[in-house]
Design a protein around this ligand. Structure first.
Ligand code: FEO
Length: 401
């Protein structure tokens, strides 16, 4: 059964959502599912922009067939070759053998790596800034390398002002009928997933995202059609602003984030005391996570969100506790930078977690340590409360600056 959605007179949504998948890219939990967006333009020539993941291929193929209503498919634009968008290319070629595949040199190379069909005879290779006219519509291709893979490009349609933005401006979360961001409570219900999606998928490439945003700023964009999540037709500046903040590694909010690992609760108790002291000093936006209870993708996203972060960990096998170690590694891999931080360690003998966390944080850009590492031996004692008082005071200065 087709489930096509009209966007303009001749532009249609032909994607679909998956709520069964537990882990996106087999790593990120997606409680709210995910959508794989695809768009078709029925101009003098017909143009399909990207395909979908295998999981929704049947719905997608029915949508494409219904949208074409007997017409041939003339062009398939491949903005991104990750398999969550390119899984149906070979099937499309079988169904529409005359289709021209629009991509760049890197796209074609990747198609050859993933597939065995003859791509050279049907490749329509574009360079950065090239335009494809299909009648009324005219698509300009803007290369967006590393947003999220090196071959990525976005397509701007001058007839409608639509930016087909590939992974950019996407989010986790299945679509539930409402297709547009202005039809849902995006800030309340979607923003956390949008942030987690961006930070974890593309967060490492802030410089490249910033460059792409600069290029996009020169285009008269009226609508953004991403490959995941709702379409943007209102308040574009607000969401582009979020991207600009995230890509610039600027904190999105002034706030105190306390992430701890704890084995028997002693480190957790110390952090509860720290949070209370900070609250008494006027800090209001305080958030606490046990790294063993929250997926690391959420923790990474929260670290990008707040200005001021305390990392607390027991020593375990003479290392950082495993769940905290994973967070620190992920932050490093995502080029995390530019925060006020502090480190608290705990251990009954041979403390070493603090030194190892500190060394990792020192390897990141613009990390400002609020206080020297606080070392707890087994449990917090009254004579150490002063150290937490000092950290709470510095955290208050950082958050309220
Ligand atoms: Fe949604 Fe990079 O693929």
């Amino acid at each position: 059964m087709q489930n096509i959605r009209r966007i303009t007179d001749d532009v249609f949504y032909v994607g679909a959502s998956d709520r069964r998948l537990a882990l996106f890219e087999n790593v990120y939990p997606i409680e709210r599912g995910v959508s794989y967006n695809s768009y078709i333009v029925l101009d003098e020539k017909t143009v399909l922009l990207d395909t979908v993941d295998h999981s929704v291929s049947r719905e997608f193929l029915e949508n494409v067939e219904a949208a074409l209503a007997g017409r041939a498919l003339d062009y398939l634009v491949v903005n991104h070759m990750e398999p969550d968008h390119c899984s149906v290319i070979a099937e499309l070629v079988l169904r529409y053998p005359g289709v021209k595949i629009v991509g760049n040199q890197k796209t074609v190379q990747m198609i050859k790596q993933f597939y065995s069909f003859d791509v050279d005879s049907r490749a329509y290779i574009v360079k950065d800034g090239d335009t494809l006219s299909t009648g009324k519509h005219s698509f300009t291709f803007v290369f967006a390398p590393m947003v999220h893979w090196p071959e990525v490009m976005v397509a701007f349609d001058s007839a409608t002002g639509i930016l087909f933005s590939a992974d950019a401006f996407g989010t986790f979360g299945a679509l539930s009928g409402n297709l547009y961001a202005d039809e849902v409570e995006f800030e309340r219900e979607w923003l956390d997933d949008a942030r987690r999606y961006y930070i974890n998928i593309v967060g490492k490439y802030g410089v490249q995202v910033t460059n792409t945003l600069k290029k996009a700023a020169t285009l008269p964009i009226k609508m953004i059609c991403p490959l995941h999540g709702p379409i943007w037709r209102e308040n574009l500046g607000w969401f582009i602003g979020k991207y600009s903040t995230w890509a610039g590694y600027e904190p999105e909010e002034k706030g105190l984030l306390i992430v701890y690992s704890t084995i028997y609760g002693n480190t957790a108790n110390a952090m509860d005391k720290l949070a209370a002291l900070a609250a008494e000093k006027g800090v209001r936006n305080i958030h606490m996570y046990d790294a063993s209870k929250t997926d690391v993708s959420v923790l990474v996203s929260e670290c990008f969100r707040y200005s001021t972060i305390v990392f607390a960990s027991p020593t375990y096998n003479a290392e950082i506790f495993p769940k905290m170690s994973m967070l620190i590694t992920e932050l490093k891999e995502h080029a995390f930078q530019n925060r006020d931080v502090a480190v608290v360690e705990n251990g009954t003998w041979a403390l070493s977690a603090g030194k190892k966390i500190t060394e990792s944080l020192e390897g990141m850009k613009n990390m400002r340590f609020l206080v020297p590492t606080i070392s707890i031996k087994s449990s917090l004692k009254a004579d150490q409360e002063g150290l937490l008082e000092e950290l709470a005071a510095k955290a208050a200065e950082s958050v309220n600056a």
